[in-house]
Ligand binder design. Sequence first.
Ligand code: MEV
Length: 310
Amino acid sequence: GEKAVGHSTGKLILVGEHSVVYHQPAIALSFPLVEVKAIVEKAPDGISLDSSYYVGPLNNVPEKLQGIVACIEETLKHLNQPATGLRIKLDSTIPLGRGLGSSAAIAIALVKSLFNYFLRQVSKQELMDLVHLAETYAHGNPSGIDMEAAISDQPLWFEKDKGTKPLELGGAFHLVVADTGRIGDTHAAVASIKAKFKSQPQVTQTSINRLGEITLKAGQALSSGDSELLGESLNSAQMELDSLGVSDQGINQLVETARKLGALGAKLTGGGRGGCVLALAKNGADAALLANGLKDAGAHQTWFFTLEKN
Ligand code: MEV
């Protein structure tokens, strides 16, 4: 073809980030209010990238975006195509490094656009393998949850190396997401917990186990439609994540603000240390108020939506 497109949404982790790396369950969902589109076009020679993060030849891409390079090169290799003659444009509304799954989403969109361009169907396994490669650059040892969540049309129960199962919702949940405006380093946050495991194995293991129990409770809350219980679960998870050292002052401030404004619960979402906060509101009207209040309290951007059976 002359031109092809690939698309992905972002993702949200409701509960279980970090502990999921240690084989505890996590709950995640696609976040369609942010998305990325990759557009592949024929070019005279070489491969060039045109994105809000970087514009220029692929072989000059900055270190932070090496996952994108690996993903493009490996996908072309997989498709038996030479690494030349392409212009790749990335159009994204997913802020980078905010725990919304930007790196997985970019990789998903890239892989899909390249398969489309060469008129090939991509299987889920091929997509997973190629995205995993890009994610390894971004996260070190990714659990795979970001990509699973982004491609699912239902909330997911996820366990590393065990796969996923869709979660049935027993009611509607009113969620608010607030961006601290600061880039979090998921790679560093994951590494810091690994280091904590060495220096303080017992307390760290206890926190990880607690997060697993909290995720179980959150799953029950979702399937029974119990917003109060889900809110409590989010609050307990935030306490554990804070004690694991992946929260920070800016996150804690937004979490406190959300609770003061009547949120049933609030926590960081994704890697932490910057990134986004997730809050659960009592109803749709409260969610809108909460989103505004969090913006007044310094959040760069906020989103709100209702999670319900589709
Ligand atoms: C990142 O969205 C979630 C983490 O648990 C890392 C991972 O699972 O790869 C922090």
